[in-house]
Design a binder for this molecule. Structure first.
Ligand code: GLU
Length: 605
């Protein structure tokens, strides 16, 4: 349980604490002097150190992010790596500033179709067989993301940013409580190569044990020498293609070929941009549903003074949690119907955020009752001014997203003000559980983020927006986000947690903007999560139970306390230019700030 007494005290006393000053952006400035030479906020201290090392050697935020990603592959092998994918949101400070996402979502092999997750009799497979066999492995994108990012936007070479990871894999590092806990998962036991590394002698890794990964070190050295082609056109790729033929738990072999790897491309995408109470939000665009869903919900609640305790709102009040919930239910109804990989299906991005459409959707929220049953989807198409030609492949019915999942989000700002907000994943903890034999990294199960089976669209017919198609990217919930005041970035954050990601980012953003919390408070304050159009609220420990009882009296179904997400974030004080960071206490966390010039004292949380 992460929620400290400190947080409980905040919940009782309310925000904002007296010592939090308010800066030019209107947000609360964290305590302390901050930094000017860059900040990295990561879930693991050794990965944070890898990033800081790049910043110290003259690298920028992109170089640091690449080093962090490679190091995470070693020290958090269960969450992300070159066998997976993710979204690197970048803000380049130069000139007027530019913000874009380097999208490295896994793709379905070309020969995949809607039968990918069906049994021979046409029924859908269960999640365990589907997700623990090669059939779930999407063509990975992460190596192409970091290699391209470094080449195009970095100041260092791939061979330099990968070096800390090689050292960690070769020399080993002490297993922390997160890895030791995850090593106990059944997913480390299905395949011999995986078990040999993470259950040596049949015993899951213990905290404090030194983990060396010589196969992974060899793979990383190969990449340092030959670049991403070692994977997309070379021997690592051949090993992936062979490994994803493996099956467990009655699942099916994978369909990936060397051609699928050679055809893989990343995409530079424009973020979804929205305004909320005078702040500009840049969040992840399709194939993620994160930006659209979160910004739609924010626009629906903008009419309520969420920060005003005197009006019955304020942090943690039933009234605040109720409107946050209802907006998310409505947004998730639209997510299920309209969101997927827009390279394959038109996604009505403008319609979904059109002011009239969002106002009409928001009118469905009542302060005195809940939307009964399942929140209805709307029809954003009449509001879609982009006027893309109609196609038949448009919609999806949604299987309820499972909670949990893993993934990592980290944030970096450098001395020049460049920012990276990066969510990276192999989907479930340990992905499929398949380690590439002889190469030491795990293969994702990202394709289970597609709908299973075939879903008829109620308006246009045809298979759904998130149904499997060859070459398509499964819909994600990952929501790397950068918050701006005018043109100036003021914070960057994101989270793991499957569909709960959207809620975690939504909660943190509301905490910053409406409740004037400092960054650390905004992260540590208890969160609620809503992941469907149905009536269920997951929540963390630390809310006032009287308020929870009021939610139940309204008709909401509220779960027992459980941790939600892991948010690692940076913040910039617009008045002084000083940089801050905060890490979430649900993982070990690594926060490093550097003084300008990088030769002074450091702060390591
Ligand atoms: N597969 C998830 C997504 O892309 C991320 C994994 C997780 O955090 O559960 O939305």
């Amino acid at each position: 349980m992460r929620k400290s007494l400190l947080v409980l005290a905040f919940a009782v006393l309310g925000f904002a604490p007296a010592w939090a000053s308010h800066e030019a952006s209107g947000l609360a400035v964290p305590p302390g002097p901050g930094f000017r030479g860059g900040v990295v906020a990561v879930s693991h201290p050794l990965a944070a150190e890898a990033g800081a090392r790049m910043l110290r050697s003259g690298g920028n935020a992109i170089d640091a992010a690449a080093a962090i990603q490679f190091a995470l592959n070693v020290v958090e092998p269960e969450f992300s790596g070159i066998g997976g994918g993710g979204f690197m949101m970048v803000h380049l400070a130069k000139g007027q500033g530019s913000t874009f996402a380097i999208e490295g979502r896994e793709r379905a092999p070309a020969s995949a179709d809607t039968r990918l997750f069906t049994n021979p009799d046409g029924s859908n497979q269960g999640f365990t067989p589907a997700s623990t066999s090669g059939q779930a492995v999407g063509v990975p994108g992460t190596l192409k993301v970091v290699a391209t990012a470094v080449q195009r936007f970095g100041r260092m070479r791939l061979a330099e940013v990968i070096q800390p990871a090689i050292e960690l894999a070769e020399k080993g590092f002490p297993v922390n409580f997160v890895l030791a806990g995850d090593a106990q998962s059944a997913r480390t036991s299905y395949y011999a190569e995986t078990a040999a590394v993470f259950r040596p002698g049949g015993v899951p890794l213990q905290q404090g044990q030194i983990l060396r990964q010589p196969d992974l070190a060899k793979t990383l050295r190969l990449i340092a020498a030959k670049g991403p082609d070692a994977l997309y056109r070379g021997e690592i790729g051949a090993a992936i293609v062979a490994a994803q033929r493996a099956t467990a738990n009655g699942g099916k072999p994978g369909l990936m070929t060397m051609q699928d790897l050679a055809d893989y491309h990343i995409v530079i995408r424009e973020p979804i941009v929205g305004e909320y109470r005078g702040y500009r939000i840049a969040a992840m665009s399709p194939p993620s549903s994160g930006g659209l869903t979160m910004i739609q919900a924010l626009k629906m609640i903008e009419r309520y003074p969420l920060g005003d305790a005197a009006a019955g709102f304020g942090f943690g009040s039933a009234k605040t949690l109720h409107v946050m919930t209802e907006a998310m239910r409505l947004a998730f109804a639209d997510r299920a119907a309209w969101m997927g990989d827009e390279d394959f299906v038109p996604v009505p991005k403008r319609g979904l955020l059109d002011p009239t459409y969002v106002r009409e959707r928001g009118d469905l929220i009542s302060l005195t009752s809940i939307i009964s049953g399942t929140a209805p989807r709307g029809d954003p198409w009449p509001f879609e001014t982009a006027q893309r030609p109609g196609r038949t492949m448009l919609a999806a019915a949604e299987p309820v997203s499972y909670a949990g999942g893993h993934t990592t989000h980290f944030s970096v700002v450098d001395q020049w003000g460049n920012i990276v907000s990066y969510t990276t994943t192999i989907e479930q903890g340990w992905g499929t559980g398949i380690m590439v034999p002889g190469y030491g990294f795990m293969l994702n199960n990202e394709l289970t983020d597609f709908n299973f089976g075939f879903n008829m669209h109620p308006r246009f017919g045809g298979p759904g927006a998130n149904d499997v198609q060859g070459g398509k990217r499964p819909r994600s919930s990952m929501t790397p986000t950068i918050l701006f005041k005018g043109r100036e970035p003021v914070a960057a954050f994101g989270s793991p947690g499957g569909a709960t990601i959207i809620s975690s980012v939504y909660n943190v953003l509301i905490n910053l903007v409406d409740h004037h919390m400092t960054l650390k408070q905004a992260i540590e304050a208890p969160r609620i999560s809503v992941t469907t159009a149905g009536n269920f609220i997951a929540r963390e420990a630390g809310f006032d139970e009287t308020e929870i009882a009021k939610l139940r009296a309204l008709g909401h179904v509220v779960g027992d306390p459980a941790d939600i997400g892991n948010v690692n974030a940076i913040f910039i004080d617009l008045r002084t230019g000083r940089q801050y960071g905060a890490v979430d206490s649900t993982r070990e966390g690594g926060l490093i700030g550097l003084p300008k010039g990088h030769d002074g004292e450091e702060h390591d949380d």
